[in-house]
Each structure stands twice: as C-alpha cells, then as structure tokens.
Write a protein that binds this ligand. Sequence first.
Ligand SMILES: *Cc1c(COP(=O)(O)O)cnc(C)c1O
Length: 488
Amino acid sequence: MQPEETLDPDDWTELRTLGHKMIDEMIDYIKSVREQKTWYPIPEEVKESYNTSVPYDPSPVNDVYEEFKEKILPYRMGNIHPRFWGWVIGTGSVFGSYGEFLNSIMNSNLGGGDHSPVYIELQVLNWMKELFGFPKTSSGLLVSGGSMANFICLTVARNAKVDIDIRKHGLQQSAKKYIFYTSTETHSSNYKAIELLGIGKENLHTIDVDQNFKINIDLLKDQIKKDKEAGYLPVCIIANIGTVNSGAIDDITALSTIANAENMWLHADGAFGAVACLSEKYKHLVKGIELADSLAFDFHKWFYIPYEAGCVLIKDADIHYNTFSYTPIYLAHHKRGVGAGPERWFSDYGIELSRGFKALKIWMSFKEHGIAKYGRLVTQNIDQAKYLESLIKNDPGNLELVAPVELNLVCFRFNPQNKHLSLEKLNELNQEILFQLQENGIATPSYTTLSGKYAIRVANTNHRSRREDFDILVENVLNIGTKLVAGK
Ligand SMILES: *Cc1c(COP(=O)(O)O)cnc(C)c1O
C-alpha cells in the first residue's frame, strides 16, 4: 500500500521559520517602497521563465520563495507606491494583508452556515449601511469588485421592474423593450452587465453629459418620454457617483425624483466616488446617495483594502433574495449544526456559492484605524487633487486642465501656449510624456481622452502620497515635455 500523504509540511519548523522570514522581508520591502521606482519593466528572460511547463516534481519551499522574490515581486504593478495614480487602483494596507493571511488559514466558505465569518460579513455590511445611510433592513453582499457589484444590482433592478416572470421565462416572452438609462460617461462594467442580462447594449440609452461631465437631466427626461411613447418600458437609471474618466458625480437627487415618478429602479455606481461620504469636508458632493435603491462600491479602491473586495447594498432585501435564491436539497438550511446560521445564506443573494472571507481584512483594517481616519484620508486625497489642480493653474503657459476637478481625479495636459501645437501633436506629445513617466519609474498616472483631448489622468486613491509627490509629477511633466518639444 502507498503510504498516505498530506499537503501539510513534514517539517513544521522549516515552514514556521520561512514564514517569519517572509514577514520580516515583506515589512522591509513595503516600508521602503518610496525609495523604489514606481515600475520596473519585466526583462525578456524573466518573461520567458514564466513559460515553463507544469511542475510535476517538488521544490523546496525556500527555493519557491526565492523565485518569487527574484521573478515576481520586483515586477509588481506599482500601486503600492506613493506615486501610483493610474486608473482607479487602491494602495492596500499592511494590516489588511495580515487579514488575508488569517483568512486563508481559516479557509472558510461563506456560502452560508453557522460559523463566525458569516456573522463578521454581516457586521461589515451593517457598518456599510450605517455609513451610506441605508436602512438596517437592507441586504448586502461582499463581492470581488465593482463590476460584480454592478452586475448583481442591475440583475435585481431588472427582475424587480420587468412585467414578466423573468426567472421562469427569461426575456424570451417579453412583448416590451426594457430600457436602462445612464450617461455617456458610465463605466464599461455597466455595459457588460446590460449585455449579460440579455437587455442588449442598444437598450442602455446613454444620455449626453453637460460641461461638467454629469448626466443632462433634461435630455434624460425627454428620452424617457420618447421611449414610453414608443411603447418601451423604462426600467432603471444608473447614476454615476464618480465617473471613471473625470470623477463627475451625477445629480442623484434629481435622478431619484425621476425614478420615483416613473416607477423605475435607481442604481448608484459609486465604485470609488461613494466613499466621499466618509469625508466631513466633501460628503456634500455625494449628497442623496442614500436615495438609491441599490449601491455598488469597492473596498479595494478608496477604502485602501487589499484586493479583492467590492460591495452591494440593496434596500429591498426581499427583491434581492427573490432574484438569486435557490435552495436545492443538498443546501437545505438546517435548524442546528453547521448547516444552520442566518436564515438567508449569502449564496441566496448572489451568483457564487463558494465565497471567501473577504470581510476579515476589512473588519481588521477598520478596527485598526477607526473609520474617522479613513474619512480624513479621503479628504487628504481630494485636497491633494486640488493642490495638483493649483499647480496646473499656476502655470497656464505650459499646463492645462482637461476636465474640472470635482473629486480625487485630475485630467490635464502639457500644452506650451507659445508653440501653438495642433490637437494631434498635443495628443502625441502627452502620450509620450506619459510613457516616459511610467517607463522611467517616476510616477504612474494613466490616461484618458476627453472631448478629443488626450489627458494625463491622476486618480488619487493613494494613502501614501504626499503633496511633494505631486510637485515631482509636475516638475517631470514640464521637463519631459519641454525636451520633447525642443526635439531633444
Ligand atoms: C473601477 C470601477 C468599476 C469596476 O470596479 P472593479 O472593482 O474594477 O470591478 C465600476 N465603476 C466605476 C465608476 C469604477 O471606477
């Protein structure tokens, strides 16, 4: 007979010692991250080393760790660095990463059942209801991120408002077209959701924005009226609470009035913007967020929680439950034992049955710092965005804002006025500036194009950034830009 095997170590001491070493080295690494470059391109030979075939034979754990340090760690994305402001990507936190470790030691499955992680997720969800002004009776769910959160919320919106038994028939028997509305600035995850829900992209009516990139309310009203006249059923408005391009916040109070009058669902995509709620100084910007029927937001962006974690809040728990619940015999909820616990399982509120303990890193981080500090950090990030705005405005001969700064997002470009460069030249020039900033490891903003203008885009969800980091950014944009224009 073969001797029985396990994945547990033969030598616990070796793994314990390695664990201690990992903690020591990773603390040194993260502590000194400011001294590193923002990004290191992956050398070709390292890329090739990622292409070996399946490892059938064992390797010593110390070797595996050394390989991680040599071939993986240095070539990180860089969002742990104080000058990373690309896309909308969070910084993470050290204690939060310990949460990930403890979580994976427990290795819980939060589909449902009677074990502490289930109650901790419920507690985190209750905290979120409190912060965002949702009633205690709301339901919620932790998910992988904003995309999944939008998808879940829009599924509930569809099922709540269509005039057929959609779980039974799907969209096969609908006599009417179901219409969703949002602005042209909405995030791609909402398009994906609309497609996956069988609504079809052409039935997501995207309304033009005003000069501040917010949905034009009058155009929305006109469109709804037209659609009703055509015999369509308006189902849902998606409010953008912080657009990904420029951080614009739709007028949610006006949208709520329309949704109520038309018996439509109001969903708020607040992936990062919703978190402005925490800031005493800036919470007025997202006033009315509690009017939404559903809210999607991320923990891994502006809550600085390590990847991944997003969140769904839905006011009407029954509609949420009735959208997703399935209780096959092998998942029957029992009155006693591990199969008991809260009557409604998390798996009845979403797509996934097996779910990890994402709540732990959130629970630990919030307890570590207290939520008031998160509010101050959100304020700090917006103040820093305004500081960057002031640096740009102070040099009108060379720099120019491409969108108004409302939140933590700054879109700008290098534009030396005395050179009278064409739009095309400016777009090329600013893209080259961006490449050089990133490739030289100076800073990592990202990019977008607004009204045809290519912009260097800074999205500040970074708790490590300091004002001096924005000085460094502007200095380098000016240096690189001036050299490029001079043809050097
Ligand atoms: C990032 C983002 C999303 C998607 O969230 P993920 O966590 O990346 O899936 C949706 N909407 C907006 C406005 C976003 O910024």
